[in-house]
Design a protein around this ligand. Structure first.
Ligand SMILES: NC(=O)c1ccc[n+]([C@@H]2O[C@H](COP(=O)([O-])OP(=O)(O)OC[C@H]3O[C@@H](n4cnc5c(N)ncnc54)[C@H](OP(=O)(O)O)[C@@H]3O)[C@@H](O)[C@H]2O)c1
Length: 299
């Protein structure tokens, strides 16, 4: 697989496409806001005017867009990829979308004689830049194997979860835990801060103690510094929790912590923090305790 169409150059997609270029792949990029393609074109990518153009004649097409609606537009739109997808092309969707839509897309793509993998990722913007993402993949094992060179360029590990839709389900279960872990961190910080424990000391304890987590490692310092620059937006976290909640409704899995987490991230979104990093949910706790985690009174 050498010729790649890459659709969606946001926080994750742009560094992923850049890593493919660095490894010598021939990459054709498409982004809805065309100006975001320019840095990739400077790195050697070709620019497509539509998803259909980006998908035509490629060995593989990778999609990395926001949500179910975006994916529907990229696949089924007037200039969607289903218009030009060639027999034998492998479509790899790395967006986090619903398992039901994944199965529908896989069926559409298979009808054209092409292959489909749902391959969502974990590891945020830094892992996309470093090429150390972890892929959780649904689809046929032989197709996963044939795409292994691509996955190795973009990530450090591929875990085959099962048939189409399994990658998506694994991602939603995983991100349920990401949301809960981030809330656990915010709540711990709030309890400690309200009684005057210095935030730095508390974070040091958490990272050494049994409460340690990737959330603490990735977001603890951001919370103390009030640096809510976006790595994974609060709005996208809420989107994933809503998808997970629909899944547990459909499968009948009791999920009280998921639904509490969904409500708390919804509160963050309602407060206007949706475009900030998901760690900005701590600002809800700061409002409740009347001070910042760093100890300053709220303005
Ligand atoms: N950020 C993370 O840490 C992370 C980690 C794992 C998984 N994910 C998942 O990966 C996906 C992308 O995340 P991200 O952080 O890169 O998001 P992002 O920065 O918000 O980028 C979203 C991308 O989707 C495009 N898009 C949105 N609607 C579209 C439409 N209707 N048609 C065509 N393109 C459309 C956007 O185009 P424009 O530029 O025109 O808006 C942009 O390129 C999401 O499903 C997210 O849940 C993110």
């Amino acid at each position: 697989m050498k010729k790649i169409g890459f659709i969606g150059l946001g926080t994750m997609g742009a560094p992923m496409a850049s890593n493919l270029l660095k490894q010598g792949y021939e990459v054709t990029v498409y982004n809805r806001t065309a100006s975001k393609s320019e840095p990739l074109v400077r790195e050697g990518a070709s620019q497509a005017a539509t998803p259909a153009e980006a998908a035509a004649g490629q060995d593989a097409v990778i999609t990395m867009v926001s949500n179910d609606d975006s994916i529907r537009e990229v696949f089924y739109g007037e200039d969607g990829i289903l218009k030009t997808l060639a027999q034998g092309t492998t479509v790899i969707d790395s967006s986090t979308i619903s398992p039901g839509l994944v199965k529908e897309l896989a069926a559409e793509v298979h009808k054209l004689g092409a292959n489909f993998l749902d391959a969502p990722v974990t590891g945020s913007k830094p892992a996309a830049i470093d090429g150390t993402l972890v892929f959780m993949v649904g689809g046929e094992a032989s197709v996963v194997e044939a795409a292994s060179g691509l996955f190795d360029t973009l990530g450090k590990k591929v875990i085959h979860m099962g048939p189409s839709g399994s990658g998506s389900v694994a991602k939603l279960a995983h991100n349920t835990m990401v949301g809960i872990n981030n809330l656990a961190l915010a709540e711990g910080f709030a309890i400690a801060a309200k009684s005057g424990i210095p935030a730095d000391s508390f974070l040091e304890l958490v990272q050494l103690g049994s409460a340690g987590s990737k959330a603490a490692d990735l977001k603890g310092r951001k919370i103390i510094d009030h640096d809510f620059s976006n790595q994974f937006s609060l709005a996208l976290m809420l989107k994933d929790l809503k998808l997970a909640s629909s899944l547990t409704d459909a499968t009948g899995v009791p999920s009280p912590m998921l639904n509490l987490a969904k409500s708390l991230f919804q509160a963050g979104q309602t407060q206007g923090f949706g475009d900030e990093d998901l760690s900005a949910v701590v600002k809800c706790y700061e409002a409740w305790i009347g001070q910042t985690i760093g100890g300053k009174p709220l303005q």
